[in-house]
Design a protein around this ligand. Structure first.
Ligand code: 5GP
Ligand code: MG
Length: 185
């Protein structure tokens, strides 16, 4: 029986990272965080929707007490280029004062999203802030971001899968890949 995502994988020009590569790296990242944040209660601020699978996998490998806040941030509005304006829906009940905050996102590209969100977090005077992304694109940033952990450095190409979308699709791919330019169907 073929997997339900087999048809979708045909929309990819190539696979950049297999599920096995992703999971092995996420486990390494969790081990590093377990050591770095040992003894702390971690307040995770996770950016949705792209960070969905990364955050779910990373958090289940953390051996630390965790509080989770999810934020919706978007700057792409469905396409493959940033609009330059970051929209964040920030829940009213998030109070980060004195907390050890772990900020998580799927991918660092121009740096706009994480710089806007880090500024808002720092304005609440947390005890500490550590920022961690699964992917970091090799490119010039529009805004510098202080990044403690990045899973993989990748070339400046538009990727989908493992939570990341194109026009709302492909988030459920277990791998990360580059879209076929003649697709998607
Ligand atoms: P930045 O603000 O750093 O330019 O972009 C960060 C956000 O843009 C990420 O959280 C992600 O949602 C989206 N993004 C950046 N690059 C890509 C990409 O290659 N593919 C997808 N699907 N989203 C991306
Ligand atoms: Mg995102």
């Amino acid at each position: 029986m073929s997997s339900p995502v087999t048809g979708v994988i045909h929309d990819l020009e190539r696979i950049l990272l297999t599920p096995e590569q992703i999971h092995a790296r996420v486990r390494e990242m969790a081990a590093r965080l377990n050591a770095a944040l040992a003894g702390k209660v971690v307040t995770v601020v996770a950016l949705m929707d792209g960070g969905l699978f990364f955050v779910a996998d990373l958090l289940r490998a953390l051996e630390l007490p965790v509080r989770l806040h999810t934020l919706s941030a978007s700057s792409y509005q469905g396409g493959t280029a940033t609009t330059g304006e970051v929209k964040v829906s920030w829940p009213a009940d998030v109070d980060l004062r004195g907390q050890d905050v772990l900020l998580l996102d799927d991918i660092l590209d121009t740096g706009l999203t994480l710089s806007v969100i880090s500024e808002r977090i720092l304005a609440q005077q947390p005890a500490s802030l550590r920022t961690c992304v699964l992917l970091s694109k090799r490119r010039q940033r529009l805004r510098e971001v202080a990044l403690e952990d990045a899973g993989f450095e990748i070339d400046d190409e538009f990727v989908v899968g493992y939570g990341m979308d194109y026009m709302g699709r492909f988030r459920n791919l277990p791998c990360i890949g580059i879209l076929n330019p003649n697709k998607p169907s």
